[in-house]
Ligand binder design. Structure first.
Ligand SMILES: [Zn+2]
Length: 252
């Protein structure tokens, strides 16, 4: 079974786009009061996590890469990653535009340009934005303007007494890029449109972690896909702050 599935898209209902409330305003276009505030959120990792510290990885694959830490030495989930994840959920729940859809995959061998209706593609004008772009911002090459989002998400820091590290480095399984040439998985039943918004399942907590026992190099025509030794932080509990959260017009 695939480790992922798709949230279906209702192609008869394109994303609803509006002019966003700009950042100097305290009311929306209808004169309704906007909100401002701060949320603190606890996050529990269901399964082991590894977020690489880019400074710890080297060309020497025998040297373990390390989990990302902040300057205070706390293990973190970067705010940018949390924001991307939240944005995907909002896009799915509230019928936002498809930001991650590129059209061409597998080194330009698979062409899906026509598999998403024009109105569902990433917003390209800062005067007409879907709810996800109004909330999280819009930055797109070739677009008319940009829009700074309304939410600002900080890093989530692990409580030091809730971090569990492996004693020895382990090897990850090689990471594969999506393979949309498997049209039966990636397109809908009619073959006309993409199957939907992709999500991965959680691994079972009871199963042993899948890993390799040595470094595996992929073929020369593959993108960089290697298993590398790493250390891993386990069972994080995290605290995240979301200053400036402004849930304007959020009605999924
Ligand atoms: Zn959008």
């Amino acid at each position: 079974m695939n480790p992922y599935d798709f949230v279906r898209i209702d192609w008869s209902r394109p994303p609803e786009r509006r002019r966003p409330a700009w950042h100097h305003r305290f009311t929306d276009a209808q004169g309704q009061q906007l909100y401002s505030g701060r949320l603190e959120v606890g996050v529990y990792a269901e399964t082991p996590l590894f977020i690489i510290d880019p400074h710890s990885s080297s060309l020497d694959l025998r040297k373990p890469a390390l989990s990302l830490q902040n300057r205070q030495g706390e293990y973190i989930l970067p705010g940018s990653s949390l924001k991307g994840m939240l944005r995907c959920v909002v896009e799915s729940l509230a019928n936002g535009c498809l930001t991650l859809y590129a059209g061409r995959y597998e080194r330009d061998k698979v062409h899906y340009e026509g598999k998403v209706q024009e109105e569902f593609r990433h917003c390209h004008s800062n005067a007409e934005l879907c709810i996800a772009c109004r909330l999280f911002g819009m930055l797109k090459e070739g677009a008319r303007g940009v829009f700074l989002g309304k939410v600002n998400i900080g890093d989530a820091c692990a409580y030091s007494d809730k971090v569990y590290l492996y004693d020895k480095p382990i090897y990850t399984l090689p990471l594969m890029e999506p393979k949309p040439h498997h049209a039966s998985f990636y397109l809908d039943e009619s073959g006309r449109y993409i199957a939907g918004r992709k999500y991965y399942f959680h691994h079972s907590r009871d199963k042993e972690l899948l890993s390799e026992n040595k470094i595996i190099l992929m073929g020369a025509d593959q993108p960089i896909a290697i298993s590398a030794p790493l250390t891993m932080a386990r069972s994080f509990i995290l605290l995240s702050t979301l200053p400036g959260w402004r849930p304007t017009n959020f009605r999924p």
